[in-house]
Design a binder for this molecule. Structure first.
Ligand code: ZN
Length: 335
């Protein structure tokens, strides 16, 4: 049995990285670098996502699954099962809208969603989210358009950053301004000028955090892949083929280089939880493996995910960038 932890080691581990708290032999586990508490002893942003991916709120457990942990896989599956009942055209439309417009005024959403509006509980009022409120203003991430987290740095100054795209530069300083206009963000590697704030009140609605993680983020990856491959001769790209368990079907139609890719994008924060979820899926037959595409920013954790899925030849995993490069190489006859 492992020795009991010293309180000092525990406190340091929570603030500076979990490595000293993990069991021996966990050297490669990316959790080792994760910090759970920030300098102010507040929970770090990552914790909420990890909590959701491993366990959903107690209320749901008590009501429906008192006998087991309900993990993100079930939460994700529940979201998808709600929309998979739609006719194919409506399904594709809902996926597109959740990717393209995760935040908007209610009137705008009504117009865009038309008859599909109100059938799903995907949106919540931004005014009910104190975590993205910077002195009455909310700022959408320039990469995913969802509200960025606003953390007070004192004296009316806020640090504004996207939980998913912080490493790609979506982190800004928001200083108070005189007058009534939205504060202007500073920093963020040249993207600051692209971010326009809106009042964190009134009838602005945004997709829930769960919808953002499991539908908006992967959806935006899938549309970006489609756009990168549009207009390439000999390539057929089909989004959301009839209620299948993958989202993007790419076919190289030239008989000399014919090949197909079945693609499912995933934006889970924890690759460990994602691997658990994928391993629970029954093995798929057929010659074409399912390509699980993950964000380029998580590329350093790919070997871990590949190792976990080593016994499942029906899955292959790669980043969005690597997939586009592979398809283009194939079309040029280089693969
Ligand atoms: Zn973002």
């Amino acid at each position: 049995m492992a020795a009991a932890l010293d309180m000092g080691v525990l406190r340091r581990g929570l603030r500076r990285g979990l490595a000293p708290l993990l069991p021996a032999g966990s050297d490669d586990d990316p959790l080792g670098e994760m910090r759970l508490l920030d300098e102010d002893s507040l929970l770090c942003d990552a914790v909420e996502d990890l909590g959701r991916e491993h366990l959903v709120p107690q209320q749901a457990l008590m009501e429906y699954w008192p006998w087991a942990r309900l993990r993100a896989e079930q939460e994700e599956r529940q979201l998808y099962s709600e929309i998979r009942r739609l006719p194919p055209d409506d399904y594709a439309r809902v996926r597109e809208l959740l990717a393209s417009d995760p935040v908007a005024e209610q009137g705008v959403l009504w117009e865009k969603w038309g008859g599909l509006w109100g059938r799903f509980g995907f949106f919540e009022p931004v005014s009910s989210w104190p975590w993205c409120n910077a002195a009455g203003w909310c700022f959408p991430c320039p990469t995913c358009v969802w509200p960025m987290r606003a953390q007070s740095a004192g004296d009316g100054v806020f640090v504004v950053s996207c939980d998913a795209h912080l490493l790609e530069g979506a982190q800004y300083t928001c200083r108070p301004v005189r007058g009534r206009g939205a504060p202007v963000l500073e920093g963020g590697g040249g993207l600051a000028g692209l971010v326009e704030g809106f009042p964190a009140a009134g009838d602005y609605l945004a997709v829930s955090r769960t919808v953002w993680r499991y539908l908006t983020l992967p959806g935006r990856m899938e549309f970006a892949i489609r756009d990168a491959l549009t207009g390439i001769a000999g390539l057929d790209v089909l989004m959301y083929p009839n209620s299948d368990r993958y989202d993007l079907h790419i076919t190289a139609v030239d008989p000399l280089v014919a090949k197909g890719w079945r693609v499912d994008a995933k934006a889970w924060r924890s690759f460990g939880a994602l691997a658990d979820a994928l391993l629970e899926r029954p093995a798929m037959g057929g010659a074409v493996p399912l390509t699980i595409v993950v964000p380029h920013r998580q590329r350093s954790d790919l070997p871990l995910l590949r190792a976990r899925l080593a016994g499942r030849p029906d899955f292959e995993v790669m980043t969005d960038k690597a997939l586009v490069a592979e398809v283009l190489r194939w079309c040029r006859g280089e693969s």
